[in-house]
Structure formats: C-alpha cells, structure tokens
Ligand binder design. Structure first.
Ligand code: IPD
Length: 267
C-alpha cells in the first residue's frame, strides 16, 4: 500500500528526530513534571517536549490526520488516519537512566480505538541503542534495514517470556497470579519496562512471547503491528484484540498456550 509505506517513512523520520531529542534531554538530567494515574506513574518534562515535537511535525506534514498521544490527548482528523503516539515509552527506565525506552509512533485507520482500528504503519525507536524497529502493513517487519521474524523453534527448555506490571498497586496481586500461571511455560521471564520494546523484541526473536494487562493504546499500537508483520500473532482476552484487558504477542506455535495461561479461568 503506497500510502501506508509513505506513512511509515514519515513515522521513521519523526521517531528518529524525537528519539534524539529524548536522548539529549536524558544526558542533561531528567525532571519529573507530574504524576498521573498513580504515584509511580510519572511524566517527565521530556515526555511533554517530545510529544509536542512529534505532534508539530505530524500536523505540518499531514494536517488532516487525527492524533492520539499519551501526554496531550486526542484530536479527531478528517482523513481517516490517526497517529497513535507514545513519546517516551518506558518513562520510569528513562527517569532512572536505564537505556530501555522508546519513541512509539503508529498510523491507524478507522475509529481510533484498539478494538476496531487497523494499524498500517509503525515505528519503535530506542535512541539509547540506536535501534529502529518498523513495519508497514503487508510489507514485513524490520530492525533498521534487516528483515526480522518471530522465533519459529519449539521451546524444549521453555519460552523466554516478558511481561509488565501496571502502576496501580491494587493490580499487582492479579499480575503476580498471572505470572505464576505462565511460569510453567517459561525458561525465564523478563520485565524490560517498555511495552513497545517488549513487542519489538518478540518481533525480532529476542523474546519468544509477551503478555501484559493494563496497556494503553499508545503502548501497543506500533509494536503489535511490527509483531504481526514479523509473522507473530497478537491478541487480547477471549480472542479479542490487544488492549487494556490483555495484550499477548507470540509466534503461532506458542500463542494459544500463552493466551490460555495468561487469562486463566478468571481472566
Ligand atoms: C509503560 C511501559 C511499561 C508497562 C506499562 C506502561 P509508559 O508505559 O510500557 O513497560 O508495563 O504498562 O504504561 O508509562 O512508560 O509510557
């Protein structure tokens, strides 16, 4: 799809520029600007500045498109395309100086809600590592200029899985119960701290599978497209799509088993 390809090109260009800004600000020191849904849920000055930059670049290049961003909210467009943006996914890593954070930019068509949208272009850029993961619908998934694919191997020693935990302490008991159900499938478990990178790593075969409850649309919009274009399956609770209730990403051979363990009997 020529349009989707052009949108990816734009997303890559802006993700690189935004990521460089985030990295530069990180070297200058990070100021926590506010807390959001919980005390542990922080926003830095850089999150806001980076989202402003992305929003300005997108509206200059494509003024008719809509926007849905973690820090500045939603604005409807008239073109049928909405940009779904997390300026710094992995904000807590960013604040602590752990080099696992990313700019995530996706273009989706349809209603700008994960239950119905179709993601057609996506970029996830980790400026600390200089790695740019990207995908265009129907054109495969890439890490920089290398094609990537999910792991197709069987997992005799168990799968290398990743998950994340929400910021709200009241959800932690459920998260830990889920981990207990999933661990029999795992050779080990990673908690990297940036959902977009967890998804990109599944796409690149650096992880075998990923599951998490409580994600926001901007956490998974780009990464889930990259997983699908790398040959993986993404989904949520009860055969649904990735979303707040559950996000799962895995190669086809692992997906159903991981889904069943992650949602359990009580979801
Ligand atoms: C968070 C990260 C984290 C995940 C949280 C997300 P943010 O995004 O992706 O890994 O566990 O659910 O909210 O707040 O750093 O953009």
């Amino acid at each position: 799809m020529a349009l989707a390809h052009d949108l990816t090109t734009l997303a890559l260009e802006i993700a690189r520029e935004a990521g460089e800004l985030a990295r530069r600000r990180r070297t200058e020191g990070v100021a926590i600007a506010a807390t959001k849904s919980a005390l542990a849920d922080i926003v830095t000055e850089a999150d806001r500045e980076v989202e402003d930059l992305i929003r300005a670049r997108l509206s200059a290049a494509r003024p008719d498109d809509g926007f849905l961003g973690e820090e500045t909210g939603a604005e409807r467009g008239v073109s049928g395309i909405t940009w779904v943006v997390d300026p710094i996914d992995g904000t807590v890593n960013y604040a602590y100086g752990i080099p696992a954070y990313a700019v995530s930019i996706a273009a989706v068509t349809g209603e700008p809600a994960p239950a119905t949208w179709e993601a057609i272009a996506g970029a996830v850029f980790n400026p600390a590592m200089g790695e740019l993961f990207h995908a265009t619908i129907g054109e495969g998934a890439w890490l920089d200029d290398q094609r990537i694919a999910v792991n197709a191997e069987p997992w005799p020693a168990g799968a290398l899985l990743a998950t994340g935990f929400g910021y709200d302490p009241s959800t932690h008991a459920g998260d830990l119960a889920r981990v207990a159900r999933v661990m029999p499938l795992a050779r080990d478990l990673r908690r990297i701290g940036a959902a977009s990178l967890d998804l990109a790593y599944v796409a690149a075969g650096r992880l075998d599978g990923y599951f998490e409850r409580g994600l926001q649309p901007w956490d998974h919009a780009a990464g889930a497209l990259i997983v699908r274009e790398a040959g993986g399956i993404t989904g949520g609770s009860e055969g649904g799509r990735p979303g707040n209730a559950m996000t799962i990403a895995a190669p086809p051979a692992l997906y159903e088993t991981l889904l069943a363990a992650a949602i359990g009997d009580t979801h």
